[in-house]
Design a protein around this ligand. Structure first.
Ligand SMILES: [Zn+2]
Length: 180
């Protein structure tokens, strides 16, 4: 599964185009280990509200749902863990009469542009790692810390404030001054 396009759809919603590497393998029925490992890393996902055709809880729905639908909920969960309060919504759609099979359109709310970009890439990486059964590669606390930094930068940009250089940036500046 890959996020192949990210579009700022409007001032509070991004649209992603997601493609499955194998268009015939796109549900958790084919990959039950993904939701099993995902709920282990993110137990709060079980409390997500989910509107689905069956009226199932999100956890029950995950036994048989499209993998990009998990991505949608995970992007919301990551943003929620960084921001705390507030409700973000999402939606996953597909229409294979128009699009090639295996392509999905995922919509996710955001309130911080830089944070949502970080959350999208983190969620993509997490689902890929879980698909490959490499749960040990994911450190949730570290992911959230990184996203908190991105959210701070996003807040500065939104307010038009200068972004202070990180320690690494100043090191780079010094190096370039002394370079021949
Ligand atoms: Zn849902």
């Amino acid at each position: 599964m890959r996020v192949v396009e990210i579009l700022f759809y409007n001032s509070s919603r991004v649209k992603l185009i997601v493609e499955m590497s194998d268009p015939d393998i796109y549900t958790t029925k084919h990959a039950p280990h993904i939701p099993r490992l995902l709920f282990k890393l993110f137990p709060h996902l079980a409390r997500h509200h989910c509107d689905n055709d069956n009226g199932f809880s999100f956890r029950r729905e995950c036994e048989s749902t499209e993998i990009p639908h998990l991505l949608e909920h995970l992007i919301i969960e990551l943003q929620g863990q960084v921001r705390g309060a507030g409700t973000l919504k999402g939606e996953t759609q597909w229409n294979w009469r128009v699009d090639p099979k295996g392509r999905f359109h995922v919509y996710v709310d955001f309130d911080n542009e830089i944070l949502v970009l970080g959350a999208i890439r983190a969620a993509e990486r997490i689902i890929q790692a879980l698909d490959n059964r490499r749960i040990e590669e994911i450190n949730v606390d570290r992911e959230i810390e990184r996203l908190k930094h991105l959210a701070e930068v996003g807040d500065l940009i939104k307010r038009g404030d200068p972004v202070p250089p990180s320690a690494e940036d100043s090191q780079d500046q010094l190096t370039s001054i002394h370079a021949p």
